[in-house]
Design a protein around this ligand. Sequence first.
Ligand SMILES: Nc1ncnc2c1ncn2[C@@H]1O[C@H](COP(=O)(O)OP(=O)(O)O)[C@@H](O)[C@H]1O
Ligand SMILES: [Mg+2]
Length: 285
Amino acid sequence: MKIAYVIGNDNPTDPDPDLDIPFATEAAAQLDIDLVFANWNDKSIAWESFDAAVIRSTWDYVPVRDEFLKFAKTVETKTKLFNSHDVMRWNTDKKYLSVLEGKGVPIIPTKFASSIDEASSALNWAFEKAEAIAIKPTVGAGARLAGKATTKDEAIEFIKKVLEANRTAIIQPYISSVDDEGEKAIIVINGEISHVAKKVPALTKGGHGDAAGQLEITNEVREIVKTISNAVSQWNDLLFARVDVVRMDEKLVLMELELTEPWLFMQFRPAAGVDLFKALKQRIA
Ligand SMILES: Nc1ncnc2c1ncn2[C@@H]1O[C@H](COP(=O)(O)OP(=O)(O)O)[C@@H](O)[C@H]1O
Ligand SMILES: [Mg+2]
């Protein structure tokens, strides 16, 4: 069985290496899978020669999302793609947060702004809720173009950068639990919770969404995953998912649902790689 592990171009000025690769390589070897690292930008790849393609560290798609989705749509006509193009199209724009909220998923209070005027009223709203606010693009990854602001002027500077990159800005109260308890990244493989990682707070400590350690799978972790699974119609089709949650007003709320290219933090549970490829084998058998 030949599987494409889909990667992207490196970012030479701001590196963001895929640290799942050694674990995925080892897992594939254990299962007799011929794992080929395939860059989605490489036009010479014969995608039909693979039994399946698994999107992994394609973090360079952000400024060229349309091109990336077109790529995914084409690949899907040539081999089995995980997760599907449909899921990727929905999941690569954080406007999905409103959709999920409408289906009963607790989220961080969120406003979207595609102009400075819209941003200005959203900022008034956000600063009424919290002393600091978070700004980020609707299409984004690795906390790039994201920032924390404590004044409206500071916030406008971040928003300008998002708008200049032709993207819509998300404005939210800054959730301070990310700095102590930490954001929890819940890794789900084939519908089952695999493990939970504690994330480094990107807007105060930097980095591109790294993890600082492993956390327990508690009942409240199980509960929020259940709530989200009920709200996402394609949940059963997902090979992998990462549910990033934070504590707000004492309960867990969704920061981000990563169904496209989540780092799976396999260093905390290398068996996640084996689970992933076992499930993949079953799905394409
Ligand atoms: N409202 C918020 N409060 C506190 N920190 C935030 C907030 N929004 C984003 N962050 C920080 O920025 C990071 C990136 O935001 P996220 O929504 O996960 O986008 P992405 O990971 O796709 O860039 C989060 O992991 C978190 O550290
Ligand atoms: Mg994130």
